[in-house]
Write a protein that binds this ligand. Structure first.
Ligand SMILES: C[S@@+](CC[C@H](N)C(=O)[O-])C[C@H]1O[C@@H](n2cnc3c(N)ncnc32)[C@H](O)[C@@H]1O
Length: 406
């Protein structure tokens, strides 16, 4: 295999990021070098320069390359003890909730997805569970949906299955057709597959369990932190987060957000600390203010609701829960503890622009609010009819504006 230098990795990952907005810059250099070297031989290329030129010139090539760089080893009932443990945990969760939502983040060719659904089938609760299975490798997703595996792999999976359930048999879940085992696809009729990237894409849903096993192993510390933050927001209260046996998050995990639920099986539980609860109150107050503003003209326009929903989800809450909860009754006059005041002004401006018409009642409400937040009320009229920049850019513009008006 060809040796790849740090510079070569850098120029390739930068080209991929700049041209396609796909981020491989945060993958560990060692494993990336191995993968690039393998890709060179698969594509029959002599140098990384050749690869670099192809990346920049041929838009259709990037998908093949991503699939090659992300090939992932997996197996059914991998780490059988985890699945034995989950056989006990899942019924407990279903005592607290009628249905469960699960996300297999980095599902590869689907073995983990079939594993969980066989487990659910054997517990007789599969109808109570819906899942999302995502991976950035489109070939892997395709294989997962076909549920077709080589019989040699399946014989390996048999051993794992036996360690999970001595009395059962994996054989009843697939049929052999010319050297291939074709899984019973009805096992995954409750699963939605998605070709997406954990680093660059977001998922706007909440889950009770997130599996992300043997995926982050290739991420650098900063990427691990970012993805963990996303998972935290995607988990329901007290949701579980499961990583792989060799995954190590010890140095990056925020202990105020996750606690160990089962150390041996690398299962974490989402924390809801007092700090979170206080934060929640402030966030809800902010959101409540936005809802109040949206309704101030007597209508809750579709685009206003969509904008507020995106902010609710960005804050890690479920729009349905939010509208049903008593937060809609929080007083809107009290803005004392809203610390990110500039951000609040930005959100109200975005909101009054959301339905394309800026009404006098909305301006009035915003002027009042701006005053309470210690800004000049004319600020609203100044910005309301302008194209707003990004949130951070607005923040610095606002500082300049405040300085001018003093
Ligand atoms: C080693 S496999 C793990 C499969 C399965 N979770 C398991 O433990 O058996 C890793 C998978 O993570 C996927 N992956 C790596 N980086 C990813 C990213 N940024 N977004 C989505 N999937 C990613 C790869 O495509 C690969 O299919």
């Amino acid at each position: 295999m060809k040796e790849i230098s740090d510079e070569e990795v850098k120029s390739l990952t930068t080209a991929i990021k700049n041209r396609y907005d796909l981020d491989f810059t945060c993958y560990e250099a060692k494993s990336l070098k191995r993968r690039i070297s393998r890709a060179l031989s698969v594509f029959n290329m002599q140098s990384t320069h050749e690869l670099w030129v192809k990346i920049l010139r041929e838009q259709n090539f990037i998908n093949q390359l991503v699939n090659e760089l992300s090939v992932g080893l997996t197996a059914m009932f991998r780490d059988p003890k985890l699945w034995v443990r989950l056989k006990a945990i899942i019924p407990q969760l279903l005592e607290q909730k009628d249905t469960l939502k699960i996300w297999h983040a980095g599902c590869s060719t689907g073995e983990e997805v079939f594993t969980l659904n066989i487990l659910l089938e054997e517990l007789g609760v599969r109808h109570k569970v819906t899942s999302l299975a995502s991976d950035m490798n489109s070939d892997a997703i395709y294989t997962a949906q076909q549920g077709t595996y080589h019989t040699l792999s399946l014989s390996e999976y048999h051993k794992n299955y036996k360690a999970f359930n001595q009395t059962g048999s994996l054989q009843k879940y697939y049929e052999v057709q010319s050297q291939k085992g074709v899984m019973d696809l009805s096992l995954i009729d409750n699963v939605r597959f998605q070709n997406s990237n954990l680093i660059t894409d977001s998922v706007d849903e909440k889950f009770d369990i997130i599996f992300c096993r043997n995926v982050m192993i290739y991420f650098d510390q900063a990427a691990k932190k970012r993805v963990l933050e996303k998972f935290y927001n995607n988990l329901n209260t007290h949701g579980l987060f499961i990583i792989g046996f060799f995954d190590s998050l010890a140095t990056v995990i925020d202990k105020t957000k996750f606690q160990f639920y089962d150390l041996n099986h690398k299962i974490f539980k989402k924390n809801n600390t007092n700090l979170d609860k206080d934060m929640d109150q402030i966030i809800k107050k902010k959101l409540n203010l936005l809802v109040h503003l949206a309704k101030v003209d007597g209508h809750f326009h579709k685009s206003e609701r969509a904008f507020i929903n995106s902010i609710i989800m960005e804050e890690g809450l479920d729009p349905n829960d939010f509208y049903l909860s008593s937060s809609n009754n929080l007083p809107v006059d009290d803005v004392e503890d809203i610390s990110d005041k500039a951000d609040m002004v930005y959100l109200v401006l975005k909101l009054i622009q959301a339905d394309g018409v800026i009404k006098p009642e909305e301006i009035k409400f915003c002027e009042n609010l701006t005053k309470k937040l210690d800004y000049d009320p004319n600020l609203i009229k100044f910005f309301a009819y302008k194209n707003l920049p990004s949130r951070s850019e607005f923040n610095s513009q606002l500082q300049g504006w405040a300085a001018k008006s003093q």
